[in-house]
Write a protein that binds this ligand. Structure first.
Ligand code: AP5
Ligand code: MG
Length: 219
């Protein structure tokens, strides 16, 4: 028997706004954000075995191996707060992960919708170099586009804002390369399933959010 839930797969280049929008959608819908990047960063900060393993891949901008990542997401989606579904941010990242996700979600009606937040590479670099992230809650800011009320301090929990290690220019270039090589094929994958919806990521944060909310109402 299928128990239908809502699973949103946010797609887009590094810096497109997946994390920003996932957090806003979490507040509006009550569905939790499941960000593989945030989970890896949490483990890195706490120096767990998983964090130590992920570090070398993340520092280079490469993908953490699938077996580790898929197991981690399977565990996360079984937590009680995911009982109605989730907003997936940064997973799946290649076709193998997408097939694994389909298998995980098959009893719950599968992926509901896969919004692709489109953004050109130049703006991507501007977004990433100006990004600041809260060390404690992971909230995302931009020094020009979305500044915190007090410089260097998170509006939500007062945590310290920092620049991610993988936001150095050389690493960003490799992350873009990895995106086009390994993640971009997911666009065709979800298009073929009738789940892909393109959204203009160059719009203001609120406009992107409204487009996503309208989409969720329909799916
Ligand atoms: P991850 O953390 O997922 O990074 P990413 O995909 O590279 O994406 P980003 O977090 O950089 O960008 P975003 O789209 O979330 O943009 P944001 O909202 O911050 O992954 C990091 C690493 O972890 C990977 O390289 C890999 O090593 C590993 N990893 C993660 N998942 C994995 C997986 N599934 N498999 C294997 N390895 C994995 O916005 C960017 C900036 O723009 C911010 O400053 C924001 O304030 C600003 N902004 C956002 N929207 C707007 C707007 N509309 N207008 C103006 N400014 C905006
Ligand atoms: Mg992110």
């Amino acid at each position: 028997m299928s128990d239908k839930r809502t699973y949103v797969v946010l797609l887009g280049v590094p810096g497109a706004g997946k994390g920003t929008q996932a957090k806003l959608l979490e507040q509006c819908t009550g569905l939790p954000q499941v960000s593989t990047g945030d989970i890896f960063r949490y483990n890195l900060k706490n120096e767990t075995e998983l964090g130590k393993l992920a570090k070398s891949y993340m520092d280079r901008g490469d993908l953490v191996p699938d077996d580790v990542t898929i197991r981690m997401v399977r565990d996360r989606l079984q937590q009680p707060d995911c009982a109605q579904g989730a907003i997936l941010d940064g997973f799946p990242r290649n076709l193998n992960q997408a097939a694994a996700l389909d298998e995980m979600l098959a009893p719950h009606g599968g992926v509901s919708v896969a919004p692709l937040i489109n953004l050109d590479d130049e703006e991507t670099i501007r977004r990433i170099t100006g990004r600041r992230t809260c060390r404690t809650c992971g909230a995302v800011y931009h020094i020009l586009y979305n500044p915190p009320k007090v410089e260097g301090v998170c509006d939500i929990d007062g945590g310290e804002l920092y620049q991610r290690d993988d936001d150095a220019e050389e690493t960003v270039r490799n992350r873009l390369y990895v995106y086009y090589k390994q993640t971009a094929p997911l666009i065709g994958y979800y298009f073929a399933k009738g789940l892909l919806v393109e959204i203009d990521g160059a719009q203001a944060i609120e406009a992107v959010q409204q487009a996503l909310l309208a989409l969720l109402k329909r799916s």
